[in-house]
Design a protein around this ligand. Sequence first.
Ligand SMILES: [Mg+2]
Length: 185
Amino acid sequence: MKTIMVDMDDVLTYGNFSKILEDYLGYKPDYDSIKTYYIQDILGDKKEDFFSKFKDMDMYENATLLPDCYEVLEELSNYYKIYICTDNIWREIIEFAGNNLRNKYHFLYEKLDFIEPKNFIFVGDKTIVNCDIKIDDKIGNIDGAATKLLFTAWHNKDLTEDELKEQNVIRVNNWKDIKEILLNN
Ligand SMILES: [Mg+2]
């Protein structure tokens, strides 16, 4: 059976990070103009204050899976071995990253009841993971796979089709696209 590595944030779920950030700022930032991978970089000198509050929050509380994600993954699990691979390290508050691990584990355990928890991988450096197929929104994380699927996100939408082709990367915009590629071939 071929193996698939599936990223969590911005692939399975958006979590509630943007909502927490907007509540803190008191306004909705212009996401289209944000180019950085870490949205919190827009906080500037408010970052420390924000994270002192954020460290105790569960950003997956009330979070949902993206549309079609459950159904497609469940179907894929009949033909592939699925590993959910997610980075729990908070760069800004590294000593509290264990809270994030706990929250992520609970979310995955609750929402993806057909995937065994032994297939959850919590790792800061995903290059160590060797899977046939990798699905992630961060292009560096899909390196090394035979099939590389880049899930569209604000920080990768400017990558052109030519640039992706050069790196043998296929762009997917939603879970229906993933189904089309991995189940209909
Ligand atoms: Mg991600």
